[in-house]
Design a protein around this ligand. Structure first.
Ligand code: OOG
Ligand code: NI
Length: 438
């Protein structure tokens, strides 16, 4: 009988190998990891109740391995194979993000684990964008970009074989998993040799720097890796002490008592030496560092309120967003995980959901915010722009096209709200003994 390794373990190995590689390629990322670790340590010392005693070990492990990365792909075929590569590691496409409205000619999804145990073990995610060539105004240049992209293969032959092998066998064994991690990593590596000449690079770059970044290289180099901090304001403030210059402002909601969704900040992309196919040398800026603080996942109602306040473009507007857990829960603005408090059991007379509020008030049941695992399109656009500029000379506006994205992907993206709803619902079923064992 074959002994398969869990996709969670493959994802864990892959994310660690990726982090090692990126620390070698972009040393500032290593520095950022150190700052984050120091800040998180200080935070946990100041707020020892951040994680409950029975979850502490798992949550700390999760925090130490937690990061997301981002890549930008050029063709539908690349996206579809990438979906299959991530599936080997238990990562599924969740949500559709349209960035064209912000002048960035891509649309995106996030590949990530979806079930509770997998997220706990390692919540590694990859924000994956597909270039929208149809938004390049110049016909000739668009066709040139297309033909350049069609000539490259961003996957190694062995990675392709192992993906198929995993699909056919239903998994990979230990040695195959290690080989898969090595081969898959090749796709995310940096190449200082461009696959086009200097003139082509410049022509594409003039349309949009993002177009040059996607089209001119042999592969979709990982462009940042983002550790998760418990106190983003402290990391932002500490960066200059380490000779790292952060972006001026933090994206996402302002600082709050109860963190919601996602706050992010980054440091500017490095200017790196490139050799073009005609041996000309030049510079390209693509790779940067980012940190994030994750808060509570919001319900559709909570998200609608968040989006409405964000549109007011004024941090003061967010005072209208309730900022204590009880109100957020009672107004159904966020998702919660329910559990019996340590040493408690349900009183016989209060064994059903209609007693939930009373049981919470009595401390028999606890409610903990469910962490947001996804991304924010406005923040993502801000991160893109702080590294690639916002000039959009040769790119037209476009509108969301989820159907085209899913056709390229080869499947539908999962709706993020349904996943959080399922986590909350499963926790209630456990508390009230509504699950049939086995
Ligand atoms: C992706 C930018 C989006 C985030 O954290 O919102 C992103 C990119 O620059 O390719 O990573
Ligand atoms: Ni990011």
């Amino acid at each position: 009988m074959q002994r398969f390794i869990s996709p969670d373990v493959i994802r864990d190995r892959f994310s660690k190998a990726m982090s090692q590689m990126y620390q070698r390629e972009v040393p500032q990322y290593g520095t950022l990891l150190q700052i984050v670790q120091r800040v998180n340590g200080a935070y946990l010392q100041q707020y020892p109740a951040t994680f409950s005693a029975d979850e502490r070990e798992e949550e700390l492990n999760r925090l130490n391995v937690e990061r997301h990365g981002a890549i930008r792909l050029g063709t539908a075929q690349e996206l579809s194979t990438m979906r299959q590569l991530f599936a080997v590691m238990g990562m599924q496409p969740v949500s559709y993000y349209d960035l064209s409205a912000a002048g960035v000619p891509v649309h995106s999804t996030a590949f990530r684990a979806t079930d509770e145990a997998s997220l706990r073990f390692n919540p590694f995610r990859v924000f994956t964008s597909l270039l929208r060539l149809e938004l390049i105004a110049d016909d000739q240049l668009r066709q040139r970009a297309e033909s350049i992209l069609n000539q490259r293969d961003i996957f190694t032959p062995r990675a392709r074989e192992l993906i198929v092998h995993s699909q056919q066998q239903g998994g990979l064994d230990d040695a195959e998993a290690d080989e898969f991690v090595r081969e898959a990593l090749e796709t995310f590596r940096w190449h200082r040799e461009a696959q086009v000449d200097f003139a082509t690079y410049n022509a594409l770059s003039e349309q949009h720097r993002l177009v040059a970044d996607v089209v001119c290289f042999k592969g979709p180099h990982i462009n940042h890796l983002t550790p998760r901090t418990l106190n983003i304001d402290a990391v932002q403030a500490a960066m200059p002490e380490y000779q790292i210059t952060p972006k001026e402002s933090i994206e996402g909601p302002p600082r709050r008592q109860v963190p919601i969704l996602l706050r992010q900040t980054s440091f500017k992309a490095l200017s790196e030496q490139i050799v073009f196919s005609d041996h000309a040398e030049g510079k390209h800026t693509a790779r940067f560092g980012e940190i994030e603080q994750r808060g509570m996942a919001l319900t559709p109602a909570g998200r609608a309120l968040y989006d409405r306040l964000l549109q007011q473009n004024d941090a003061a507007a967010f005072t209208q967003f309730p900022d204590d857990e009880t109100t957020l829960r009672q107004q159904k603005l966020g998702y919660f995980r329910y559990a019996l408090a340590a040493g408690q059991s349900l009183p016989a007379a209060q064994g059903s959901r209609q007693h939930l509020e009373a049981l919470l008030a009595a401390g028999v049941i606890t409610a903990t915010p469910i962490i947001y695992e996804d991304f924010l399109p406005v923040s993502a656009a801000g991160i893109f722009q702080s590294n690639l500029g916002s000039e959009r000379s040769g790119v037209s506006q476009g509108s969301p096209n989820k159907a085209a994205f899913e056709a390229a992907l080869g499947c539908q993206v999962t709706d993020e709200f349904s996943l959080y709803q399922a986590l909350e619902e499963a926790s209630l079923q456990r508390v009230f003994g509504e699950v049939s064992p086995g």
